[in-house]
Design a protein around this ligand. Structure first.
Ligand code: TYM
Length: 345
């Protein structure tokens, strides 16, 4: 158990034998390599040592303009992808956020303990609403971190394994939990962000100053976990590199540092070892090696995504199981929140 877990305030429901983990992901398409290396891969590794909850956060995905048919399909595509990456649905709890109404009810209650100023300072809010007149920014994008706080607190999660871009949101969840507990008495575990040192910020292949993201303007920014072999090779070949010719990670070599991080994470080898292997070799050799490693890791995941996508009934069975296991926690927890906040039940 990490020291982070030890520090977390203990829940009301009796001693835990395993830490409880919660981490969600938006159904905005098949996950990228950034999602995989920053989050999903860690969920897969942690699922047997923890009690894990993984919502597909379709309510979060409604905060920017979207197509309802796409959202519906992408929810299943994401379930297929998470299973293909190794989430074991008999062990971890995989579910769809909107199927658990307690998340949204708790969002309202927590909004009373979340300050307008706190939400205004969220970097993602500023980025996503950037440039728009306030009259044209949906309040969902502003409120988004309150829903995320509810996602976390309703499970009394000890740990929230996320990429670096979610750090500020988890900090907010901690502040709100503290505040709620001091106003209404010990009710929620105060969660800790669990952000790994390496892979927490995978950058765009076409621009190492921006994080890898599906919503990037160019498909050469990211690799999807279902890209075919040729696409992976083409994207790696097109990835920008830094001036010079040495395969070395350094602060003034952001592109190489990013590619080396990806190579190291996907092969579970240290960056130093990979640098050694390519000493005296060219960028082209390095890129070929990286593309081979990515193809080897992604090809079997792609095949499993297709298998799960072809079996909607099995996906529905798994998501229904996840929904029922989630509600075993959320229904009594919300009952307690209603009690301590003075709501007539
Ligand atoms: P989302 O869907 O944008 O991303 C899912 C996870 O992938 C990580 N990630 C990355 N990690 C490293 N490098 C990248 N380029 C990269 N891109 C994405 C994210 O940090 C995240 O861990 N608001 C959240 C979803 C959410 C959530 C929650 C997370 C909703 N409720 C409760 C944790 C707990 C989001 O939009 O993640």
């Amino acid at each position: 158990m990490s020291s982070a877990t030890m520090e977390a305030t203990k829940p009301q429901e009796g001693a835990r034998t395993k830490p409880r983990i919660l981490s969600g992901i938006q159904p905005s398409g098949i996950p990228t390599l950034g999602n995989y290396l920053g989050a999903v891969r860690h969920w897969v590794r942690q699922q047997y040592e923890a009690e894990s909850f993984h919502p597909i956060v379709n309510l979060h995905a409604m905060t920017l303009p979207y197509d309802p048919k796409d959202l519906h399909q992408r929810t299943y595509d994401l379930a297929a992808s998470l299973l293909a990456c190794g989430i074991d649905p008999e062990v971890a709890v995989l579910f769809v956020q909107s199927q658990i109404p307690e998340h949204t009810e708790l969002t309202w209650i927590l909004s009373t303990q979340t300050m307008f100023g706190e939400l205004s300072r969220m970097t993602q809010f500023k980025e996503k609403s950037g440039g728009e007149q306030p009259e044209r920014v949906g309040t969902g994008i502003f409120f988004y971190p309150v829903l995320m706080t509810a996602d976390i607190l309703i499970y009394d999660a000890d740990l929230v394994p996320v990429g670096d871009d979610q750090r500020q949101h988890v900090e907010l969840a901690r502040d709100v939990a503290h505040r709620f507990n001091s106003v209404f008495g010990e009710t929620f575990v105060v969660p800790e962000a669990d952000i790994k040192e390496e892979g927490a910020r995978i950058m765009g292949l076409d621009d190492p100053t921006m994080k890898m993201s599906k919503s990037a303007a160019s498909e050469y920014n990211y690799i999807s976990m279902n890209d075919d072999d040729d696409t992976i090779r083409r994207k790696v070949r097109r990835a920008v590199t830094d001036s010079g010719s040495e395969v070395k990670a350094a602060p003034d070599k952001p592109a190489l540092t990013n590619l080396l991080t990806i190579y190291s994470q996907i092969t579970d080898r240290t960056i130093a070892k990979i640098e050694q292997e390519y000493e005296g070799k060219r960028y082209g050799d390095f890129k070929n090696g990286l593309a081979d490693a990515l193809v080897e890791a992604i090809a079997p995941i792609r095949a499993r995504i297709e298998e799960f996508q072809a079996d909607r009934a099995e996906l529905d069975r798994i998501l229904a199981l996840g929904r029922d296991r989630s509600r075993e926690i959320t229904v009594p927890k919300l009952e307690r929140v209603r009690e301590v906040t003075g709501l007539v039940t």
